[in-house]
Design a protein around this ligand. Structure first.
Ligand code: ADP
Length: 448
């Protein structure tokens, strides 16, 4: 095991990794920007280093600075969290070249899954079902028109380098395709510096269901079941749960086997997630996220397996001590993302100083947070302040427990997504588990 690791991140995930390290007896080194001097991850770490001004490009994205700090403080490995540098192959390579361990997959695996068209091609070769569509980026608007005609409308134009729902356009008819091709390309260019787009069939009301994976470097790749993440706004997840209310054990096994095949196809190591669309018992590979995900705690609660500890243990060369049949699922877990956004005002980002904070507790409640009173919430970083997660024997008990926990929570100083979550917990379709990715389009009243 390592003696000391550096966490190249901030907020709740940095704190989450520090906790995992401490439970393993590993020292944790934090880095922080000028805006994060008082942040909880700085206080919780054994050592902390200022790496630059507030903008991420001058701090949390400074690969050379992070590697330099790690070397100087004697850390043996770097945990990237999610976002920032977590899926940048050149960073992983630079970490390795500096003689450090990257806690995550190889640069090759990240590259193979990072370009969506390349990943789709790889998955097709590995026998993994993908959403019908093109295998390669489109050459021009004329090709987009021809291919969309073949697949049949509606189609979805997607950025090959995509992420965070950017560069996506739904196209319902031939008259819109050329304009949509241009605008998707422009958005992809400005977001990712790459204008390549490809086409998928647009599925009308699927669920977003994803499979958690763990793979060691000794040949064991396991799945830890699914997470249902259909409650999304503009393709961004807001509420996640495990297990899904609809998957049968056979479907879980089939999706799990598919995800394991996807990971094996790129010699995957560490924790990763295969995201799928699921409709009428059919499922299709969307993409693989080659990092820990925001919503990982719901899987931890139903499996009893600490995913972040296992990321560190796998990177240190340990073998997974369990087999697929040893993974069992107990109860139901739900996570609400607590963001500094005003749900009554189109989820507009809200800024200010956290004045007061009352964190819910009691049976089955977990708080993964990155804020304390006195902390200033600005516009430099992601608006997610914390995650509230509950675990209960059944789904409906988990829903009611979440309702109770949300009612206990007080965040004063900024507007938050809490009122929205409280309404969802009372909404009949949600309570019955009738979810799909259009759920919020049907329930705009929850956002007023
Ligand atoms: P990103 O990497 O930008 O997040 P994804 O490919 O993961 O993009 O898709 C994000 C979300 O967009 C999905 O969770 C789903 O809600 C929606 N989506 C993606 N592909 C399709 C599709 N072919 N049909 C319908 N909805 C889709």
């Amino acid at each position: 095991m390592f003696n000391k690791i550096l966490i190249a991140n901030r907020g709740e995930i940095a704190l989450r990794v520090i906790r995992a390290a401490h439970e393993l007896g590993v020292k944790a080194v934090a880095v922080y920007s000028e805006a994060d001097r008082l942040a909880p991850h700085v206080l919780a770490a054994d050592e902390a280093y200022l790496i630059g001004p507030a903008p991420s490009a001058q701090s949390y994205l400074k690969a050379d600075v992070l590697i330099d700090v790690a070397k100087r403080c004697g850390a043996q490995a770097i945990h990237p969290g999610y976002g920032f540098l977590s899926e940048r192959a050149h960073f992983i390579q630079a970490v390795r070249d500096a003689g450090l361990v990257f806690i995550g997959p190889s640069p090759d695996a990240v590259t193979a899954m990072g370009d969506k068209t390349a990943a789709r091609a790889r998955m097709i070769d590995a026998g993994v079902p993908v959403v019908p569509g093109t295998k390669e980026a489109l050459a021009d608007a004329a090709e987009a028109r021809r291919v969309a005609g073949e697949i049949g409308y509606p189609v979805l134009l997607k950025a090959a380098a995509g992420g965070g729902g950017k560069g996506m356009r739904i196209v319902r008819g031939e008259d819109e395709i050329e304009k949509a091709f241009e605008s998707a390309g422009n958005e992809a260019q400005s977001a990712f510096g790459d204008r390549s787009v490809y086409i998928e069939k647009f599925l009308e009301g699927p669920r977003h269901i994803e499979i958690q994976l763990l793979a060691d470097r000794h040949g064991t790749t396991l799945h830890l079941g699914e997470r249902e993440c259909s409650i999304q706004r503009r393709h961004q997840k807001l509420i996640e749960e495990a297990p899904s209310a609809v998957l049968t054990p056979d479907e879980r096994a089939a999706m799990g086997a598919m995800a394991v095949a996807a990971a094996r196809a790129v010699n995957y190591e560490g924790a990763g997630t295969v995201e799928c669309l699921y409709q009428n018992g059919e499922f299709f590979f969307l993409e693989m996220n080659t990092r820990i995900q925001v919503e990982h705690p719901v899987t931890e609660l139903v499996t009893g397996i600490d995913l972040v500890q296992w990321q560190i243990r796998i990177a240190a060369g340990e073998k997974l001590p369990f087999a697929q049949d040893d993974i069992t699922f107990t109860g139901h877990a739900i996570e609400c993302r607590i963001t500094s956004e005003d749900p009554a005002n189109n989820f507009m980002p809200s800024t200010g100083r956290i004045q007061n904070l009352l964190i819910p507790s009691g049976p089955g409640v977990r708080w993964d947070g990155g804020i304390t009173p006195g902390v200033e919430v600005g516009l430099f970083y992601d608006p997610m302040l914390a995650k509230l997660i509950v675990h209960a024997p059944t789904r409906i008990e988990a829903v009611d427990r979440m309702k109770r926990a949300l009612a206990e929570l007080r965040v004063e100083g900024v507007d938050t997504s809490v009122p929205f979550h409280l309404r969802v917990m009372d909404e009949p379709e949600f309570r019955e588990g009738r979810l799909d990715i259009k759920y919020l389009e049907r329930h705009e009243d929850l956002m007023t």
